[in-house]
Ligand binder design. Structure first.
Ligand code: ADP
Length: 171
């Protein structure tokens, strides 16, 4: 099962997949971090498309085209802002991964790349977030009959190491 998840270190805007996931904010109109990078690389049409989505709640996901990106689509999901771990942050983060994969499935997408949602400006502890990401993805994939390739994009070495360690322990 683990071979359906691969790890890649770098900039998610360069990944050629059916869909990349954006760690957006509730407005879905762009922001900093990976969101800013995706909007910059996709071009102004992405913001126009996002305006039509009417925002999203934490844990939800919505689809647009990828415009100038190598990815065909962008799945915009809103990660939880981490406060103290007692505000359903884990369930909401799980919901981001599950909702994004659900959209990919619904649209018959074959490959999807995720950034480490909520672990930047939203301050989710990196290791806990990586555990939730991997376990939610594996649980989702186990229940599928059709193939979908998942790429976990680590922007830095620390995140890559975390993903590798967690996947190795599942083996
Ligand atoms: P959030 O608000 O959900 O925390 P951030 O964009 O601040 O979103 O950070 C989420 C993760 O995305 C962080 O681990 C950050 O290092 C990473 N990141 C930032 N830019 C990129 C990029 N261009 N490609 C992939 N990952 C990125």
């Amino acid at each position: 099962m683990e071979e359906k998840i691969s790890i890649w270190q770098g900039d998610i805007t360069q990944v050629e997949v059916d869909a990349i996931v954006n760690a957006a904010n509730k407005s879905l109109l762009g922001g900093g971090g990976v969101d800013g990078a995706i909007h910059q690389a996709a071009g102004p049409e992405l913001k126009e498309a996002c305006k039509k989505l009417g925002g999203a709640e934490t844990g939800e996901a919505k689809l647009t085209e990828g415009f100038n990106l190598p990815a065909k689509y962008v799945i915009h999901t809103v990660g939880p802002v981490y406060r103290d771990g007692k505000h359903e942050e884990d369930k909401l983060l799980e919901s981001c991964y599950r909702s994004s994969l659900g959209i990919a499935k619904k649209h018959h997408l074959k490959s999807i790349a995720f950034p480490a949602i909520s672990t930047g400006i939203y301050h989710y502890p990196a290791e806990e977030a990586a555990q939730i990401a991997i376990h939610t993805i594996l649980d989702f994939l186990e229940k599928q009959t059709s193939e979908i390739t998942v790429i976990l994009v680590a922007f830095d070495q620390r995140t890559e190491n975390l993903y590798r360690k967690i996947l190795k322990n599942i083996d």
